[in-house]
Design a protein around this ligand. Structure first.
Ligand code: ZN
Length: 169
């Protein structure tokens, strides 16, 4: 897996622009329900140093095939981060842009996507209506749903002191 490494001490004061596309699968997700990367990932970012921080800003775009959390069909998904902005404390002299892009794009993916929510090609979900109440739906993550009782939000409000949730001034 080639990495996009930036030597920070080589950067001019005004920073430097890095752009191109990444085709190898930098996400490395192999689980049956994991998002599948559809190459390439497009990037165009400026990297600069600012008082001990490293600032990366520009734009990223990547395509995925996600699995519908209801019917398990694949659905296309596009992550477009424009503007993309990141400001992290500088650690060492090398910035691995590949790792940073990977992490930020994964965080931008939806946890429980559905066919009709695709931002590329929405489709009616085949299981629409099969699980009537959403609360009884068990996601296909292999994790057990929590059985812990959820606090009733209205009961919590009832226990607030008179005068409402804001403290008296
Ligand atoms: Zn579906």
């Amino acid at each position: 897996m080639p990495k996009l490494l930036v030597t920070l001490s080589d950067l001019p004061v005004e920073g430097r622009v890095f752009s191109g596309e990444i085709r190898p699968d930098l996400f490395g997700l192999t689980g049956p329900y994991d998002p599948q990367f559809v190459p390439p990932l497009h990037y165009e970012v400026q990297v600069r140093r600012d008082d001990g921080d490293v600032i990366v800003e520009g734009k990223l775009e990547a395509r995925f095939q996600l699995q519908c959390s209801r019917c398990a069909a694949r659905l296309p998904w596009r992550v477009r981060m424009e503007p993309y902005f990141s400001c992290e404390e500088q650690e060492g002299d090398t910035l691995d842009l590949t790792a940073q892009f990977r992490e930020d794009i994964l965080l931008a993916l939806p946890g429980y996507p559905r066919c009709e929510e695709s931002n590329v090609e929405p489709q009616p979900c085949q299981k629409e209506g099969a699980f009537a109440p959403d609360s009884e739906f068990v996601p296909l993550t292999g994790e057990e749903p929590s059985d812990a009782p959820q606090p009733d939000v209205w009961q919590v409000l009832d226990h607030l002191p008179p005068g409402g949730p804001l403290p008296d001034r």
